[in-house]
Design a binder for this molecule. Structure first.
Ligand SMILES: [Fe+2]
Ligand SMILES: [Fe+2]
Length: 137
């Protein structure tokens, strides 16, 4: 399986809140490390990466919902539902990774999990940026 390239955090990805930006930056750094495991990771390393990813997602989603919930962001409820869907998918992927002895399956699951997180961060999360900036003004 070819090495999968994930983006690095740049100021263009800032949502205007230091706490969220720090968490997003941390995610992309971790996912950058995880991309190596997608190519040649061992079962234990992949299990650990999925466990950390799920734990961080829970914390991150709570942080975001607390922060954008205090703004006029009109899609706060939809966004929170998307978080629940993503978390459900992440928990399911983690469970399958924990139980599967198939390396290719585990690497593929980790890849889709990482891609989903990055897609959410670069697309959906950018939607609340103007409302956070409004609140900061
Ligand atoms: Fe986010
Ligand atoms: Fe989000």
């Amino acid at each position: 399986m070819p090495m999968f390239q994930f983006p690095e955090w740049t100021p263009a990805l800032s949502v205007g809140n230091d706490e969220i930006d720090d968490q997003h930056r941390d995610f992309l750094v971790r996912i950058g490390r995880v991309s190596r495991l997608i190519t040649d990771g061992g079962a234990q390393e992949i299990r650990e990466a999925a466990t950390v990813m799920v734990a961080l997602l829970k914390i991150h989603f709570d942080t975001e919902e607390r922060i954008f919930g205090a703004t006029t962001y009109p899609w706060a409820q939809d966004h929170a539902v998307e978080h629940r869907v993503l978390l459900h998918f992440a928990c399911h992927a983690k469970k399958m990774i924990d139980e599967s002895g198939d390396h290719i399956y585990c690497r593929m699951s980790l890849r889709y999990l990482a891609q989903s997180v990055v897609e959410h961060l670069m697309d959906t999360d950018m939607g609340y940026k103007p409302y956070l900036l409004q609140g900061a003004a």
